[in-house]
Design a binder for this molecule. Structure first.
Ligand code: HEM
Length: 424
């Protein structure tokens, strides 16, 4: 079986997460436009209204405020002292015991980022590029070429987890293991649910998956340390990393590596899907990008602005605060709608147009401020490798006219379900 062969269990797990986060069937961008104009600071859990499960800590009765404007979202995400993330770890006990950046605050978070950051900078990530390129082309796309048609999501579902798995340093000759880890990572993501009974079952499955992943990663970490940790792989680099005389023990390396699998897989899958849809819907633009590969990075940045997969971020007010005259009491949740901020007409000209030629300006698809995605250069490199490989190996790739046009949907973890294409 090639790595690109359909894997039913992984696909089921993926669509389970997708269903979970579907949200209501509404024109979200029209709604966001209205909210930016009429209620830029809404005293309500907006995502809850759409049917997105509550991730705002254990207490659903906490007051929640929702922000829609670019300037407000930026102000909150950059101010991690007043808008904290510790609540994310609430109630998840052993799962958050260890080095899990997203639920850390203050000095502890700053020190952990300082230790980890050098490993994720472009000069390190670029060294991994040839390996990524080989895997994407040889294991995934070349076997597809003779078929002449495919759903690009079959490819998009598998390659990110395979790549992060390779960078972490897991052995290359165990494809079954990759699938198992990918399914566990998705089970962790499927944890939050709206329905109480489904939530109980999904949470139990998520905790079991987290434990299974922990056990598998821990064995690898101990082995790498025993062998001297001299390699270029992520585990070796994590073991060698030091900041102010401190380094990581096996438990910290294991919990951090485990957190990367859910963080790096589905996000990249959906971003790849949206990027491909946005280009395939615009054949002339796709042709421009094919001829001028310096545009690949611009297309990725604009796709991350225009259709961010992580559509919102939540923080908790550390003290009584005020935004646009609205009082936010200490302890309240603040929901930042990235999908709205990224299309704020006050921040971007023609904000609702997908325009890869626009002037570079920060958007929030990878977050912003101290918690900004530590893996963004890895994600961008993977996406560059994948898009270049598609353009090189699938000649004249275009949407399959015999299939329904793909749609980018979802209030949370947004992306297309299928991207049917033909080539040649
Ligand atoms: C296109 C793919 C990706 C997207 C859209 C994405 C998005 C994000 C966003 C929005 C955040 C901010 C979370 C917050 O503010 O609370 C984040 C954080 C994070 N991401 Fe990514 N991510 C992607 C890929 C990756 C990859 C490939 C890795 C690892 C190799 C990764 C690892 C992390 C980690 C560890 C954090 C936590 C950082 C912190 O809290 O300090 N992500 N990501």
């Amino acid at each position: 079986m090639t790595a690109a062969t359909k894997d039913q269990s992984l696909e089921r797990a993926f669509s389970g997460v997708a269903d979970n986060y579907r949200g209501a069937d509404v024109d979200l961008n029209a709604l966001y436009r209205e909210m930016r104009r009429d209620s830029p600071v809404l005293e309500e859990n907006f995502m809850g209204r759409l049917g997105v499960p509550n991730i705002a800590g254990l207490d659903p009765d906490r007051p929640t405020f929702t922000l829609f404007k670019y300037a407000d979202v930026m102000a909150v995400l950059r101010d991690a002292a007043n808008f904290t993330s510790g609540f994310i770890a609430e109630g998840l006990g052993s799962f958050f015991d260890g080095l899990i950046l997203t639920g850390m605050d203050g000095e502890a978070h700053r020190r952990a980022r300082a230790l980890l950051q050098p490993i994720f900078m472009p000069e390190v990530v670029n060294r991994w590029r040839p390996r990524m390129d080989r895997i994407v082309r040889e294991e995934y796309l070349q076997p597809l070429v003779p078929q002449g048609r495919a759903d690009l999501m079959d490819f998009g579902l598998h390659f990110p987890i395979r790549l992060i798995y390779a960078l972490i340093g897991f052995p290359d000759d165990k494809p079954e293991q990759v699938k198992q880890y990918a399914a566990w990572a998705l089970a962790i993501l499927a944890g939050p649910q709206v329905d109480a009974e489904r939530a109980r079952v999904a949470r139990k499955a998520a905790m079991e998956a987290a434990q299974a992943l922990y056990d598998a990663v821990k064995v690898q970490v101990a082995q790498v340390r025993a062998n001297g940790a001299t390699g270029e792989d992520l585990i070796s680099r994590l073991i060698r990393a030091e900041y102010e005389g401190r380094s990581l023990d096996d438990h910290e390396v294991t919990t951090f590596v485990r957190s990367l699998l859910p963080a790096a897989g589905e996000t990249t899958t959906r971003t790849f899907g949206s990027l491909m849809v946005l280009l395939l819907e615009r054949p002339e633009l796709l042709e421009r990008v094919r001829r001028d590969r310096s545009l690949v990075s611009k297309a990725i940045d604009e796709a991350v602005r225009f259709e961010p997969v992580a559509t919102f971020k939540v923080r908790q007010a550390a003290k009584d605060l005020e935004i646009r005259g609205v009082k936010i009491p200490k302890g309240a949740m603040v929901q930042c709608i990235v999908a709205s901020a990224n299309r704020d007409e006050e921040a971007f000209e023609n904000s609702e147009t997908f325009d890869i030629d626009r002037k570079p300006k920060p958007s929030f698809g990878f977050g912003f401020g101290p918690h900004m995605c530590i893996g963004q250069f890895i994600a961008k490199t993977e996406l560059q490798v994948a898009l270049n490989a598609v353009l090189d190996l699938l000649p004249d790739v275009r949407l399959d006219p015999a299939q329904p046009a793909p749609q980018i949907t979802g209030a949370q973890l947004r992306g297309p379900h299928a991207v049917p294409v033909v080539w040649g």
